[in-house]
Ligand binder design. Structure first.
Ligand code: GTP
Length: 318
């Protein structure tokens, strides 16, 4: 049986960072990684190493693919046409999902159950924002669900916490679940701790969320922008400052690949609430269309204001 690891975790917790760690690692294992994303515009494919086609091979021989919806089809294709090319699978679920439907997709399909076995649900947690998601006004049911489903927890972003904060979070997690908690920074974890460990426990599928609440939560929405044209860097900077100041608490996740005027390199930006990171990336390829692709995921986002204020950063709008 081929083991499947289901990697889950809330928006911006560090799942894609861990996937890149797996794809880059010289671990000698043949791993097929399947990415699944939420958001109007697919950005993760562009942020992953060597993305470009539906299934591709990375430098260390891992297979990788990007799925929007049809998980069963991709797994069937892997097992019927590429079975000798990998010996384990990692599925990265969207930050908004509880992993239940992914597990069901596998377990209710005869072809899949004859080849695959769910090995573990690994849940990535954003240590920096975790308290916020577990408490009060900003409480996120999905985070509780992802903890409840987990066979292993990875408490990530330890670089942003001091020792006491880290210990307090671990203690808090131990009141919610009995599974092992490993701490990570940028998803760096020994793969033997999370892959092919035989930790999956079907019982966890029937849990009652300890945090089930009847408070009305605002729905999570996504706003995608996909336009051509070059951006004025100064205007872009001011725009980012202003959206962080006005919408930061409501922006759970933002990410994009941008075309900055006069630059040969792609500009990548990533954000989780007020934490923002923007940097130059690899050069645009000659055959690559220089478009600006961004996605915002959050609550109570003003779609028109976001789109129109972004368009005002294009050079031709001066
Ligand atoms: N400081 C710090 N930042 C991190 C760490 N891990 C990831 N990040 C940053 O957090 C942001 C989100 O990381 P991703 O790996 O894209 O998170 P994700 O869970 O795949 O996000 P989704 O797109 O919501 O699925 C990026 O800017 C990362 O560089 C960490 O350990 N420390």
């Amino acid at each position: 049986m081929i083991p499947i690891t289901i990697l889950t975790g809330f928006l911006g917790s560090g799942k894609t960072t861990l996937v890149n760690h797996i794809l880059k690692g010289q671990h000698g294992k043949k791993i097929a990684v399947i990415e699944n994303e939420f958001g109007e515009i697919a950005v993760d494919g562009g942020l992953m190493l060597d993305a470009g086609q539906e299934i591709f091979e990375t430098k260390n021989g891992c297979l990788c693919c990007l799925v929007r919806g049809d998980l069963a089809r991709i797994l069937e294709e892997l097992v019927t046409t590429r079975k000798d090319q990998f010996d384990m699978v990692v599925i990265e679920t969207t930050g908004m999902a509880d992993p239940g439907p992914v597990i069901q997709t596998i377990m209710l399909n005869e072809l899949l159950t004859s080849h695959f076995a769910v090995d573990a649900v690994v849940t990535m947690l954003d240590g920096y924002h975790l308290d916020r998601y577990l408490d009060g006004h900003h409480k996120e049911e999905e985070v509780y669900q992802q903890i409840a489903y987990a066979d292993i927890l990875l408490l990530n972003k330890m670089d942003l916490l001091d020792k006491d904060q880290g210990e307090q979070l671990i203690e808090r997690l131990q009141t919610l679940t009995t599974v092992p908690v490993f701490t990570t920074t940028y998803g760096t974890v020994h793969l033997d701790k999370i892959l092919n460990i035989g930790a999956f426990d079907l019982q966890r599928l029937q849990f009652d969320s300890p945090a089930h609440s009847h408070e009305r939560q605002l729905p999570m929405v996504s706003v995608g922008i996909d336009i051509d044209g070059a951006l004025c860097f100064d205007k872009l900077n001011r725009w980012i400052q202003s959206i962080l100041a006005t919408m930061g608490p409501n922006i759970y996740r933002m990410k994009g690949i941008l075309h900055v005027f006069g630059e040969q390199d792609r500009f990548i930006f990533q954000g989780v609430h007020m934490l923002f990171d923007g940097q130059q990336d690899r050069p645009w390829r000659p055959d690559e269309e220089r478009r600006n692709k961004l996605v915002f995921i959050g609550k109570d986002l003003n779609r028109n204001a976001l789109i129109e204020s972004f368009k005002a950063c294009l050079v031709q709008s001066e």
